[in-house]
Design a protein around this ligand. Structure first.
Ligand code: M6R
Length: 609
């Protein structure tokens, strides 16, 4: 996600901005830039790529001045590029802005400004703010009033840092739905999207609240509400270490990302629902095209392939078309039978996984059009695919994928629902019901996360096991694969995912007294069968932990170990039921003394075969 930093004082700004940006690198980004006020002008240097690219540019174009703003950009609107990087200048160059968040109404604003003669240099939503403020300043001489009038025209989320050549003694700041803080120095002050950016300089900060704006001078800070009334704020003293602050106070990135899932789910679902319908027009998936789909082929690796397994069940059930799924490392070498009419889908968090990319290229070579579901704008897979649906999970730093999985599952669910409606294989009333429930999932995810003590308790009880089994049927069977992988990769407990009905065909031989079997129990249509499978392992001495609905009593008679999720439609359960499984893996790793953020032998992005 994007990062903001700003400095006003007596020292050269650039070094301080670069240090601040470095401390925001953990958020993930694909380009960066800085702007510094010098005399009556604003100088800007920005570069696609890592901070080193920006640093090299700054060596050849040094910036001098003691007031500046900087930004690391994680692309949303427009590819990662020099032009799309922040800061953005207004037409005359008198305003520079850095922005986190998304300005949802940027398209009509851009149209209006273009009609007034403003020429845009980038594809970003942010640039509209710079021109809009310049336009407002033509009639509003007070900069604070002008910023207020400008942000009032914005819909969406923003944290803004603004420089204006007419007011060189201050940085303007404003926030709505995107965090922004002000760091208080001695004879200097800072703005930042996250506390770590200012921690080398100060531990005293103001935390801006929703709708608040600030004028940050070198020697003092003024904070106002949206009505222009001054706000008195208490100074917040930061007591965390830099490292902990980057993790937002969470013990590990993985835990932070597990807790970020409500937000990630909301950001993935919300923008795609328009007038009570799923709208995938961003990927050029026309209704006519989807009506004509006769077969879907999904390929991916690891967790992304397990999200694909959930997608397979949903698409077949709802759209009545066959779905083939394969891991990309096999797919690319097995000379697959492909038809150019297939809907070919690749799923990849990073968008850089070598095998998935090779599968995409193979599909292209066979004349197929490729739809990518990825989390990283401008990634190789996003660039090479014919159309892209982004999971707006935000940067995933922990090696063990969590919020990427849930958002991939949601994206595949939306494809299934939309295609089913287009094909007429789903009653409109059932579609409406599922769509409503889909939108309730983020709140339900947050409900699960509001009390993790049962998971901690069971992790403490079972962490010393050397083997575990995950069983389930239907969608639960698909989910078992992800639950099992999560446990393996961070706790190093061997585990196996089994379709519950398959157990008795061999694997049940491994069940011995005390062995833990985790049973996923969200699929009503097969729950009786699953209960029989649970009984089969119980009679052989296994201990069973179930993950099922909180209002389902059926498992109570079978086991005292139960993790629960709020009731939802069975078709939507994987996105919720995975959360206790993720937490269980996390707390088992902690109990065993391992660092879940640094699992042995694993890399976040597997760009080699
Ligand atoms: O970036 P991708 O989604 O393409 O990555 C695929 C796998 O490498 C990834 O999901 C891996 O399995 C994770 N470590 C799982 O937690």
């Amino acid at each position: 996600m994007c990062g903001i930093v700003g400095y006003i004082g007596k020292d050269q700004a650039v070094g301080i901005l670069m240090e601040g940006l470095k401390r925001l690198e953990y958020r993930g980004y694909d380009s960066a830039g800085v702007a510094v006020l010098r005399g009556g002008e604003i100088d800007v240097v920005k570069a696609r790529g890592k901070l080193d690219c920006l640093r090299r540019k700054l060596e050849s174009t040094p910036l001098s001045g003691s007031v500046g703003i900087g930004h690391t950009r994680w692309a949303t609107h427009g590819e990662p590029s020099d032009e799309n990087s922040h800061p953005h200048l207004s037409q005359s160059g008198e305003v520079a802005v850095v922005h986190n968040g998304i300005i949802e109404n940027y398209a009509p604003l851009r149209e209006k400004l273009t009609a007034k003669g403003y020429r845009f240099q980038s594809e970003t939503d942010t640039e509209v703010f710079a021109h809009l403020l310049e336009e407002t300043l033509k009639t509003e001489r007070d900069i604070l009033g002008a910023v207020r009038a400008t942000v009032r025209q914005l819909e969406g989320a923003y944290a803004l840092g603004v420089l204006c050549t007419r007011f060189p003694d201050r940085i303007l700041a404003a926030r709505k739905d995107s965090p922004l803080i002000i760091g208080l120095g001695e004879g200097c002050n800072y703005i930042a999207s996250d506390i770590p950016a200012v921690l080398p300089y100060t531990r005293r900060v103001y935390l801006l609240e929703e709708g608040e704006m600030a004028q940050v001078f070198a020697d003092h800070v003024e904070i106002y509400d949206m009505e222009g009334e001054p706000v008195h704020k208490e100074v917040f003293e930061v007591t965390w270490s830099v490292d902990a602050a980057e993790r937002g106070g969470y013990a590990h990135f993985m835990l932070k990302e597990i807790y970020d899932q409500g937000r990630a789910m909301r950001d993935t679902i919300r923008p795609r629902i328009k007038d009570g319908r799923i709208d995938l027009s961003e990927a050029n998936l026309t209704d006519e095209m989807l009506r004509g789909v006769r077969r879907v082929v999904i390929t991916a690796c690891g967790t992304a392939s397990y999200a694909g397994q959930v997608g397979r069940v949903l698409i077949e059930k709802l759209c009545r078309v066959p779905v083939e799924i394969d891991v990309a490392s096999e797919f690319r070498y097995r000379d697959p039978v492909l038809d150019p009419e297939d809907l070919f889908v690749v799923v990849s968090q990073s968008g850089e996984t070598a095998d998935t990319l090779a599968a995409l290229r193979l599909a292209h070579a066979r004349g197929c059009k490729v739809l990518a579901i990825t989390n990283v704008v401008g990634s190789t897979i996003a660039r090479e695919a014919d159309s892209v649906l982004y999971t707006w999970a935000g940067p995933e730093i922990a090696v063990a994928s969590t919020k990427a999985y849930t958002t991939q599952v949601l994206m595949l669910t939306m494809i299934a629902l939309h295609m089913a409606l287009c094909k007429g294989t789903l009653e409109p009333a059932r579609y409406d019901e599922l769509l409503k429930e889909l939108q309730r999932l983020p709140d339900k995810a947050e409900e699960i996360l509001s009390d993790v003590t049962p998971v901690q308790r069971y992790a403490a009880r079972f962490f010393s096991q050397e083997d575990m089994f995950f069983i389930g049927r239907g969608l639960d069977s698909a989910l078992c694969m992800e639950a099992s992988l999560k446990l393996k990769e961070i706790s190093y407990i061997h585990s196996e995912a089994m379709a519950a009905g398959e157990l008795k065909h061999g694997t049940i031989a491994l069940i011995e007294p005390g062995r833990l079997v985790v049973a996923l129990c969200t699929q009503g249509s097969t729950i009786e069968k699953l209960r029989s499978n649970i009984r089969e392992v119980l009679t052989r001495g296994a201990v069973v932990l179930t993950i099922g609905y909180e209002d389902s009593d059926a498992e109570k008679e079978l086991t005292e170990y139960r993790l629960t999720i709020p009731r939802t439609d069975d078709l939507l359960a994987p996105a919720l039921a995975v959360i206790p499984a993720q937490l269980f893996a996390y707390y088992c790793a902690i109990q065993r003394g391992y660092d879940p953020d640094k699992p042995r032998n694993l890399a976040k992005s597997v760009t080699v075969e």
